[in-house]
Design a protein around this ligand. Structure first.
Ligand code: URA
Ligand code: ZN
Length: 391
């Protein structure tokens, strides 16, 4: 089978959504302003209290040709494209429901009319997608289940991107139970992605641009959401649920033994879960958007250790001899991503540093053979998303 490079973490603001944001006067919004050179530029403002007047916004955020040319420049064969944050989170329920349906159809068209992977045609497309759910307070749960059904019927949508707020009470909300059932039954992959970060007061008064919310706030948010899902027992009730965590799971791998220990010592939670907390890392998938080989190696160790817990539920620690074997096992749940069009280089270069660093990180993981590296670069994505693999 040909070796493919597949990007599973790459975003779009579809034209319909861009028009919607342009028409708004409060965050999230897209606005125009004049530059010092007397030109007009568009800016994207999506985070509460976002510094520096947001970020420059251009066609790389919505134009499919730019996505494809970015892919060509970086040797990316296939992308699984998701709408970028904050999705529909800020909308009233009825608008969110209708816009979700329209954007899911738009994304299906964006993918289904994309070029085929082989010059000679063929069934494998270069673009597949994650759909959206109208996850907002007061939405009837039936609307969410109906939208899962809509996405299931759209051939090129292979999953659903979710933020962390659910219908207002987080993802451990009991009300979401029918949604997890419907997603698991449909075999769709959930891509859990942050937007809100943590309390902005933590960032102090210094102007540190976007660094603290993006480098720390995003991964902390994902860590909290994934931990709450584990604590809610969702993986015990839905063992087939496939959840992919953004940014290599934030700090969950690093904190998973501490989490297990806190659970073991907590009179309320100790008996709630069927497994040691570390076991649940082996139920999750992790993107490889960590920018460093040591971090990827560490994440794969923590995932690999979950296999140990699955086989030996009461055992305390993986044996040392198992080290590299567990690391190889863990790599099966990790997938290359770029976060395009975010993190563009500050000055123009042929290749984006954010992409090159993530590829070099995969290449540099101690103990991963070429087989494991190829899996993280593409083979895992083919299997996880059921993409027809003929080139
Ligand atoms: N900034 C965002 O707002 N979203 C991303 O996915 C990455 C950076
Ligand atoms: Zn992202």
């Amino acid at each position: 089978m040909a070796k493919l490079l597949i990007d599973i973490h790459t975003h779009v603001y579809l034209p319909r959504y861009v028009s919607f944001l342009r028409a708004r006067s409060s965050v999230p919004r897209i606005f125009s302003r004049n530059t010092a050179e007397g030109k007009t530029e568009e800016r994207l403002l999506i985070l509460d209290g976002e510094p520096s007047g947001g970020r420059p916004m251009g066609p790389q955020y919505w134009d499919r040709e730019q996505k494809l040319s970015f892919m060509d420049r970086h040797g990316i064969d296939i992308s699984l494209v998701s709408s970028a944050n904050p999705w529909l989170d800020f909308l009233p329920a009825s608008t969110a429901h209708s816009l979700a349906n329209e954007l899911n159809n738009d994304l299906e068209e964006y993918c289904s009319t994309s070029p085929s992977l082989s010059a000679a045609g063929g069934t494998t497309k270069r673009l597949y997608g994650f759909g959206l759910l109208p996850l907002v307070p007061d939405v009837p749960i039936t609307s969410l289940v109906d939208t899962v059904k809509q996405i299931t019927k759209l051939e090129h949508l292979k999953g659903i991107i979710l933020g962390t707020h659910g219908v207002g009470k987080g993802l451990d909300d009991d009300a979401l139970e029918p949604v997890w059932s419907a997603i698991a039954e449909a075999g769709l992959v959930v891509f859990l992605h942050p937007h809100y970060g943590v309390d902005g007061k933590e960032w102090g008064k210094k102007d540190n641009g976007h660094v603290l919310p993006l480098a720390l706030g995003f991964p902390f948010e994902t860590t909290i959401a994934a931990t709450r899902l584990i604590l809610s027992g969702v993986f015990d009730r839905h063992p087939d649920l496939r959840i992919l965590l953004a940014h290599s799971g934030g700090t969950l791998p690093q904190l998973s033994s501490r989490l297990a220990s806190c659970i073991d010592h907590d009179p309320i939670v100790a008996s709630r879960l069927q497994h040691d907390a570390r076991y649940y890392l082996g139920k999750l998938y992790f993107d490889a958007v960590a920018y460093g080989a040591e971090e990827l190696g560490f994440v794969s160790d923590a995932i690999g250790r979950a296999e140990w817990f699955a086989a030996r539920p009461s055992s305390a620690a993986a044996s040392k001899e198992q080290g590299l074997a567990l690391r190889a096992l863990g790599s099966k749940r990790m997938l290359f991503g770029t976060d395009h069009p975010f993190f563009p280089p500050l000055s123009s270069t042929e290749k984006w540093k954010s992409v090159v660093e993530n590829l070099e990180a995969i290449d540099g993981v101690h103990g991963w053979s070429e087989t494991e590296k190829d899996a993280v670069r593409g083979r895992n994505a083919l299997a996880l998303f059921g993409i027809p693999s003929a080139k």
